[in-house]
Design a protein around this ligand. Structure first.
Ligand code: UDP
Length: 238
């Protein structure tokens, strides 16, 4: 459709798993190219966009911490995994003709820019897609909270969470056929019912700043733009 996008400036948070495609690990190039096309569609529609990508397709801190490794050290490995995904996304986006910058919360001068808030804002104003890597640069977090923090810092109108499920359900739809999808939820519903859409700290930050969270499936091609136009299937938390 040619409906206007509902938001002017957004942050898209993708879990690393989205980049695996049907594989069990790592990055699937066909999938990442397809995601890049979906992002390009949104950028071409004039939406200002920044990205946070997780690292779960490569490494999650808790996996080794559970086997006796120091948790903080394992989490730094997880943050480095998000940098790998950010570079992969940057490559796919640039190939699709989208201007990008990667900014890392852990300075890595030879690889990307360090995170500088005002510089990131300027990039976004110029129509570049800024990919925020390395989370908060601090252990004991996942990428949900940095996604919410950057959403607030960049002054985005909404936080889009692209996952493999098309919204928030009353139960896991893969396990329970009677599970129903919520159209809308309040922040309080999510927190009180412990619905595990995103980490509680991320939900609370969005609640305190009055920024809606849109949960949708990024696996279906073309869906990102549709959801942005208010069409298709998604759950809004506000
Ligand atoms: N991580 C961290 N601090 C942050 C962001 C990420 O320690 O601010 C680490 C943590 O170990 C996490 C890993 O990086 O498990 C990968 O991020 P995440 O689990 O959010 O990836 P996703 O599930 O979204 O793919």
């Amino acid at each position: 459709s040619d409906a206007k996008p509902r938001y002017k400036k957004i942050l898209l948070k993708m879990s690393g798993e989205v980049l695996m495609g049907d594989a069990l690990f790592g990055i699937d190039t066909a999938t990442i190219d397809a995601v890049a096309q979906d992002i390009k569609e949104v950028v071409d529609a004039g939406v200002e966009l920044c990205l946070v990508v997780g690292g779960g397709n490569i490494f999650r801190g808790v996996s080794l911490a559970g086997k006796g490794m120091d948790r903080a050290n394992a989490d730094y490995m997880g943050m480095l995994a998000t940098v790998m995904n950010a570079l992969a996304l940057q490559g796919a986006l640039e190939k699709a003709g989208v201007d990008t910058r990667v900014q890392s919360a852990i300075p890595m001068d030879a690889v990307c820019e360090p995170y500088i808030r005002r510089r990131a804002q300027r990039h976004i104003e110029k129509g570049r897609v800024v990919i925020f890597a390395a989370g908060l640069g601090a252990p004991f977090f996942t990428t949900d909270t940095p996604a919410a923090l950057r959403t607030a810092e960049m002054g985005c109108d909404a936080l889009f969470k692209g996952t493999s499920v098309d919204g928030v359900y009353t139960a896991d739809p893969k396990k329970d056929p009677s599970a129903r999808r919520y159209e809308t939820l309040s922040y309080q519903d999510v927190l009180a019912q412990d619905l595990r859409v995103m980490d509680a700290s991320a939900i609370a930050l969005m609640r305190d700043n009055n920024v809606p969270i849109v949960v949708f499936s990024i696996r279906e091609r073309g869906n990102f733009m549709k959801v942005l136009q208010g069409e298709g299937v998604f759950t809004t938390i506000a």
